[in-house]
Design a protein around this ligand. Structure first.
Ligand SMILES: Nc1ccn([C@@H]2O[C@H](COP(=O)(O)OP(=O)(O)OP(=O)(O)O)[C@@H](O)[C@H]2O)c(=O)n1
Ligand SMILES: C[C@](O)(CO)[C@H](O)COP(=O)(O)O
Length: 231
């Protein structure tokens, strides 16, 4: 059984609102995100993770997606929200795709590519990533009046910008989440937990259009990409 766990329990501090519920053309961001999972024949069930006090609102938003098995409460951090999702499908799932609720431009092809790569490479995790286009520097505490003190420049040929969806062997991901919780380790994505505990993760090409709506300008970019998506 292949589940998708969709963490959508963020508070939207950087955006200034719960962006998963923001509407564009009469549809909320979470609805855009769920559609390809609902329509994919390769996904059996979906778990949506929501802020506890917004579970009723989320349940209304997901009514038109019959694959959504349940809407469950999230935690303080994204990692805790995903962990809650994993715990509720324990013993019923062999593979799990984790995808941010606020990456609404995921295409069905990306889900297919991820699953094909997982089957082809036989590794514990497959993620999606794109190459950085800008120069990336490490910074330290700012000098007075500046924003950052520049320390060094990284070789971008060795870097990728990681997206979701990410696909994992369910038991491995659950075990890694348990260990991380015990150790108090917090990763900014799920693959970082597998890396920490010695499992193999490979990356396949993501898509520059698969943006994460984080700050208000991302919503403007989403609207532009959406017009192209729907053409
Ligand atoms: N405790 C949390 C925090 C985040 N998320 C989800 O993880 C994804 C990526 O999180 P992010 O973009 O950081 O969203 P927010 O946490 O809402 O943003 P901020 O950090 O600005 O509050 C989003 O789908 C978000 O809803 C979650 O399920 N539980
Ligand atoms: C998981 C993720 O989308 C990969 O890029 C990202 O790390 C989530 O970060 P956020 O700060 O929780 O939005």
């Amino acid at each position: 059984m292949r589940y998708a766990v969709i963490p959508a329990a963020g508070r939207g501090k950087r955006f200034g609102a719960k962006k998963q519920f923001v509407e564009v053309n009469g549809k909320s961001i979470i609805e855009f995100t769920l559609r390809p999972f609902q329509e994919s024949s390769l996904i059996d069930k979906i778990i949506v993770v929501a802020p506890e006090e917004f579970i009723p609102e989320m349940e209304t938003r997901v009514e038109k997606f019959p694959k959504v098995e349940s809407v469950i409460p999230g935690g303080c951090e994204r990692q805790e929200s995903v962990f809650n999702g994993l715990k509720c499908i324990q013993n019923r799932c062999s593979e799990v795709i984790v995808h941010d609720g606020v990456r609404p431009l995921i295409a069905r092809k990306m889900i297919n590519d991820l699953i094909s790569a997982y089957q082809e490479y036989g590794v514990e995790g497959v993620i999606t990533a794109v190459k950085p286009k800008d120069t990336i520097k490490v910074v330290g505490a700012p000098l007075e009046g500046s924003d950052f003190l520049v320390k060094e420049t990284l070789n971008r040929e060795k870097l990728v910008l990681v997206q979701t969806p990410q696909l994992f062997n369910f038991e491995v991901l659950l075990e890694c989440h348990k260990k991380a919780a015990e150790e108090g380790f917090w990763g900014t994505d799920d693959a970082s937990l597998l890396e920490r505990y010695g499992y193999t993760v490979v990356a396949i090409k993501g898509n520059y259009r698969n943006i994460k709506i984080t700050t208000p300008e991302d919503l403007e970019i989403f609207k532009v990409f959406l017009t192209q998506f729907e053409k």
